[in-house]
Write a protein that binds this ligand. Structure first.
Ligand code: PHE
Length: 391
């Protein structure tokens, strides 16, 4: 016999206990019998429907009908019953899972019910035939980051000349970043590279102290320690300087270092190599010029300038001075020089038998010129609208 809500003749605690126990046992029996979605709908309506649902009847027949002095006690029971009923109804709600079957044969959807015990959630497996003609899920295409793209391009120019690629750590010792590159302790040239040091190393000897490398030049030393001449390597990588970020500065940026050491390497080889590289990167009409400069690890040293790619080296554009080269017709791009013989002493190379050149270029700077970007920060902000343009 299906359960019906009785009127209460007696509002004593025992009578209430009995009535509640009977109701809850009916609830459990009916909950356990839910075996399909439509069973569940019927079950839910029977217990929760506003009109004539069991909870509504309990409210009317037990609570509303109770004498004043029993209301408190009855109200408490009714609330408990209500909570329990709602919990059971939610607890046996079947979960719908779509399963695609391989054959297109059966006409679906067909409902299969897998009852997983009486208390746990039930699963309704809805089987549908797999339609292999539907379009697939298309993932948006990623794009290479413009800095990495430019770095790879620079590296490949030198690989085509027979250079190989070396990498080194971004956390370096003072020895590799400065000392072995002929920056003695307290040498003023150290001040040109605003260095970020790792804290708390005062007790270590200076040469062992760790810092974030300020340039890729330490990889020159690491390479020469590992191999004997002839050496031809490029070293791409990330470097750090304590610079405040603005449109042309970033505390993190990238460089590509180059090093060639062999018998009879001359400044002419350096000029020819870099002139070729600049033409490969910016187009064959670009000219280069070498301007005296200073680095502790090269002697002589030079800054390389290219003819302005915006005004063609004229210094004027659209009837006014060219903004990109400050009307000079030239843009400074990288540092280079002949390896200083002092450096060879640190790696046991014989400076009487060999010679070499080195260069280092900023990747962001080259990317900015190649792509006409006006703010270096755009490379690091991760805005997809900017980055996807390089796909
Ligand atoms: N390491 C230098 C810098 O970061 C550039 C450089 C590299 C100069 C190699 C000469 C030779 O400023």
């Amino acid at each position: 016999m299906a359960y019906t809500v009785p009127k209460l003749a007696d509002y004593s605690a025992e009578a209430l206990d009995k009535a509640v126990a009977k109701l809850l046992s009916a609830l459990e029996t009916e909950a356990a019998a839910v075996a399909s979605e439509s069973d569940w709908n019927t079950f839910r309506d029977r217990w929760l429907a506003r009109k004539n649902g069991i909870l509504t009847l309990v409210n009317d027949l037990w609570l509303k009908a109770a004498p004043k002095d029993a209301k408190r006690e009855v109200g408490q029971r009714v609330n408990e019953v209500k909570a329990r009923v709602e919990e059971r109804v939610a607890g046996v709600k079947p979960e719908r899972v779509v399963s695609y079957t391989g054959s297109g044969a059966s006409v679906i959807p067909k409902l299969a019910v897998a009852a997983t015990g009486t208390s746990g959630p039930r699963v309704i497996i809805e089987e549908r035939p797999l339609d292999i003609t539907l379009p697939g899920i298309r993932r948006p295409m990623g794009a290479e980051h413009p800095v990495i793209k430019t770095m790879n391009e620079i590296v490949s120019v030198f690989r085509n000349l027979g250079y190989s690629v070396e990498e080194g750590p971004e956390i370096e010792t003072d020895y590799y970043n400065f000392e072995a590159l002929n920056f003695p302790p307290n040498h003023p040239a150290r001040d040109t590279q605003d260095t970020i040091f790792i804290a708390g190393q005062e007790s270590k000897p200076l040469r062992d102290r760790l810092l974030l490398r300020t340039h890729t030049s330490p990889v020159q030393i690491r390479t020469m320690e590992k191999q004997r001449p002839p050496v031809r390597v490029v070293c791409p990588g990330k470097v750090h300087r304590n610079d405040a970020p603005d449109a042309t500065h970033s505390p993190i940026f990238h460089q590509v270092e180059g090093l060639a050491v062999d018998t009879n390497i001359t400044f002419c080889d350096l000029k020819g190599t870099l002139d070729h590289a600049m033409k490969a990167l910016f187009g064959s009409s670009v000219k280069t010029r070498f301007y005296p400069s200073f680095f502790p690890f090269t002697e002589p040293s030079a800054d390389v300038q290219i003819s302005c790619i915006f005004c063609g080296g004229k210094g004027t554009r659209d009837g006014g001075p060219c903004r990109n080269c400050k009307a000079s017709g030239w843009i400074e791009l990288l540092g280079c020089g002949m390896v200083d013989p002092n450096v060879y002493r640190f790696v046991n190379y014989d400076s009487k038998k060999i010679s070499g050149f080195a260069f280092g270029m900023g990747v962001e700077r080259i990317a900015i010129l190649k792509y006409g970007v006006d703010d270096i920060q755009l490379f690091f902000q991760g805005d997809v609208r900017f980055l996807e343009q390089f796909g």
